[in-house]
Design a protein around this ligand. Structure first.
Ligand SMILES: C[S@@+](CC[C@H](N)C(=O)[O-])C[C@H]1O[C@@H](n2cnc3c(N)ncnc32)[C@H](O)[C@@H]1O
Length: 226
């Protein structure tokens, strides 16, 4: 069995990730593994993708309530979701990041519009039913095993409003599943993502590849799922 599959089966897959993230500074650079300079391009591509998806589903380019999954200090919440939604909830494993978000990073009016700061692993998280117009999961799903990812998606579907949509933005490996032993995560190839979406009962309604990132890092893809 490949190393990545073996690692995901170990109990330490989750505890090692938790230990790793406790050691990471609560800064944009910490969230992006030293690639903070890519944040502006990342956010502007996400914004266009999100707007097109919302217009496709509702005819409007904004909506009421979003959930940021694996939110960290709230980089995506601050620069993307709070610009497009009246209220945002954040779910994140590491309480230190949520504290930083609430007390500093999202200061002023912005933190007022974050309704829930939820400290929980996505493998255990149960969204409130019919609450979210968009559930956004970015650079976090490699921390879930395949089984947990599928059950997470199933619970997310129940958390969506009628026109709601799940948006995934993740690194994509070229062929097999790559293991990162440092942060205890995996990077999946596109075909594995597509299989997991299908097995979770999700259909891809829009997909896009991130442009403008350096050629020597993983390809990044966005998917909108119903
Ligand atoms: C690479 S950072 C990305 C943060 C944010 N999504 C962004 O794009 O700025 C990954 C985040 O996922 C969180 N995380 C790791 N494993 C998690 C899990 N099982 N459930 C929820 N969050 C997790 C980490 O604590 C960290 O904040």
């Amino acid at each position: 069995m490949a190393a990545a599959q073996k690692a995901m089966m170990k109990r330490e897959f989750y505890s090692d990730a938790e230990t790793y993230w406790k050691s990471v500074p609560a800064t944009p650079n910490g969230m992006l593994g030293g690639f903070a300079d890519l944040s502006t391009k990342d956010i502007s591509s996400s914004e266009r993708f999100l707007e097109k998806t919302l217009v496709q589903l509702t005819g409007k380019n904004r909506a009421h309530c979003a959930l940021d999954c694996g939110a960290g200090i709230g980089r995506v919440t601050k620069h993307l979701l709070l610009r497009k939604f009246d209220i945002v909830d954040m779910v994140e494993l590491n309480q230190k990041f949520l504290d930083q978000a609430r007390d500093e990073y999202l200061s002023g009016d912005k933190s007022q519009r974050v309704e829930k700061f939820i400290c929980c692993g996505l493998q255990d998280f149960i969204p409130d039913a019919n609450r979210y117009d968009v559930i956004w999961a970015q650079w976090v799903l490699g921390h879930l095993t395949d089984e947990h990812l599928m059950s997470f998606f199933t619970r997310c579907k129940a958390g969506l409003t009628e026109n709601g949509v799940i948006c995934v933005k993740e690194n994509i490996s070229q062929e097999g599943i790559d293991l990162d032993e440092e942060d205890s995560s995996v990077t999946r190839p596109e075909k594995v993502f597509l299989k997991l979406f299908r097995k979770s009962g999700l259909t891809v309604i829009r997909e896009e590849t991130q442009v403008g990132f350096p050629a020597d890092i993983y390809k990044v893809k966005m998917y909108a799922l119903k």
